[in-house]
Each structure stands twice: as structure tokens, then as C-alpha cells.
Design a protein. Sequence first.
Length: 435
Amino acid sequence: MRLVTGTGAIPERAKPVPTLFGHPAGLTVLFTTQMWAEFSFFGLQALLVYYMTKHLGFSQAKSSLIYGAYGGAAFFSPFFGGLIADRWLGRTMSVIIGAAMMMAGHFAMAFESLLFPALALVALGNGLFIPPLAIQVGSLYADDDPRKAYAYSTYYMGINLGGLIAPLVCGTLGELYGWHWGFTAAGIGMAIGLAIYLSFLRLLPAEPSRGAIAREESDAAAPIVREHVAILLIMVAMVVLFRIGYEQSGNVIALWVSDFTDRSLGPIEIPATWFQSINPLLIIVGTPILIRIWRRGDRKDSVPHLLRRMAIGCVIATAAMLLMVAAAAVSGPAGARVSSLWVFAYFVLLTLGELFVIPVGLTLVESLAPVRFASMAMGGWYIAKFLGSLLAGVMGAYWLKIPASAFFGLGCASTALAAICLFAMARVTARREPA
């Protein structure tokens, strides 16, 4: 089963597409736009709880509730934002309006009385912004272009680059010079991203043509479309299972680092928060290496091949969780501190698994989603993050109520089940490929 009915619009264009670094120049535009958007989003996120507890005087419980509701809305809204982009606004206008809403929301955070309207603007703007922008990445390429899968890996690196820089810049400004300076920096970051996007619209893909939609809605294409939608639904369900284990990295693993990890480096103790930088750093370093390995043999990846790649990623994530089971066993019932090398090795394996799962999943969503609701399908991808995070949070409530080895074993079982199902999907779809 080849990726032949995706949302790419290139075949309908007669003029050549400008390239940069071996890819359409539009990829650089989308990469930098998303990077600045992530800078603004994570800049606000890094400050939000501290701002509410230390400046507004909210209780920890109230602040956590607001933080959780805001985060949930930000990753649930993309489904509806994608629907709006597909049916009414179009992809480009949806990105522009969403970016403007987020920018306004960040600047509004400078006023205490506008806290809730500001958070609503950012969450809803994120829903309009993310799905069509992600779809535009794949639409830069023809359906048979082997560079498409690597494009999403590059795009994902931009997401993490923005997430890495944001706490360092916005967090430092907020803590040292005042919270409003940090929020203003986040707003400026979004303004830069929007300016880049508007300045290079000519390099971005056109809206899907009526001809592409009509071909997809023909009787001959209907069975293929239904099959692709079924693959996407099952795949997204498997990503939910993957995220149940993965999302513990910022939750329970942070507690493990703080309470059960020996963080001493000679006379210096490494701050627990620094360990959260390992993941984005490894993504930035590891993505070019993986792309170089995957590009051997300039060929078009099939659906079974990409599903197998995701399954391998889940296996690697399972190994990361098994490593933490072993670390918990070494710590013992008394909860003795263990070497920080355990956590470092965990993040190495988890990040490698993530690079096999998330960018590849983005490629499949863009390639298999029907043109007429491609942005909505991408929004459905982000609901997997929402559900996975929610279930991971529910599971996290049992931390310290059950043995740590058993807790990490649950995450291991979740990612292992996802791997088994993805391997089975790959096998079934491979059998349906034409000889």
C-alpha cells in the first residue's frame, strides 16, 4: 500500500518550486514559524504556575487546576480548529488567525484581570494554528516524493528547538525582571513567527483544488479512502497507548529525579529541572542522524514500512520503561537514591523511540487523510496527545501508592501493547499491497 492519495498539491502546479537545503523553501518557512510558535507557547507554560502562585496569590491546587484545564484545552481544540480550517477558513487563513489570537493572548497576560481571556485566546488560537500548518508541511511535496517523511522529522525538530529555548529566555526574564516581561517575550516570539509566515506566503502550498477533492469522492476512490481512515483511527489509538507511557517523562520521572536520583556531580548538585532539557536536546541532535540513516536508498516509504517504524519506536520506548523498572529495583523498598545515569539512559531510549513514532505518525496522517478534512484529521492526531496526557495523569495519581517497579511496569505494558498492534497493522497492510 503506497502513500498515493495524500494531500500534496504539487502535481497540479506547473511552475518549479524553490528549494533550500534540498527541500522546498516553504519547509524552512513552516519550520521557523512553528519554532517561534512553540517558543511563545512553552514560554507562557514555563511561567504560568509560578505567576499564579507567586504573583496572583492563587493556591497551588487552584493553580494546578487552571494549568491542567488550559493545557487540555490547547490540545483538544485542534480537532475543532482543523474542522473550521477545512470547511470555512482554509488552511492559510486559519494559521494567520490562530497565530494572531495566540499573540494577542500572550500580550494580554501582562494584565492580571485578563488572565482567563488571555489563556482562552492562546488555547483556541493554538487549535486553529497547529493542524493546517502541520498539513502544509506535507503538501509541499508530491505524493511520491521520498523526502516527505524526513520533512516531518525536521519540522518536529523545530518544535523542540522552540520548546528548548523558551524556558531559558521567557523564564529568565519572568523570574529576574518581572512576570510581564516573560509574557511579553512570548508574545514577541509569536509575532516573529506570524511575520515570517506572512512574508513568505508565496513559498507555501496552495489550498486543495476542487479537482483533488472530486477525485477522492469518486466511487473508485471511496474504498481506498475508507481503508486509509480506518488505518488512521487505529494508529491514533496506538499513539494514545504510547503517550500513556511517554508522558510520564514530565510527570512522575520529574519526581523520581528529585527524590530518588543522586544528582551530585562532585561538589555540585545538578538541578532536577535540568533533566527535562535532555529530551529536546537529544531530539535536536538525533534528528539529523536518523534522517541520514533513513535516507539511504532514495525510495518512497510504504504504509507498512512506516507502521513498522512506529512499532520499533514503541519497542524502544518499552525498553526505556524497562530500564526504569530496573532502576526502581536497584533503589529498593527503602527508596535509596540511584545513579543519574539510569535517568539519562532512560531519556536516550525514550527520545529515540519518540523520533520513530511522532514524526512518522505525522507523515501518515498527512498522507492518508482525505483532502476534504485533512486539517481535522491532524487535529485528531493532537487529541491523541490530549487523551494520552490525561490518562498518564490518572495513572500518575498512583505514584507512591504502588511500588515504583510496578508503576513503571504499567507504562511498559502500555507501550508494548502499542508496538504489538502496530506490527500487526503493518503485516495486514503489507498483505494488501499489489504484487
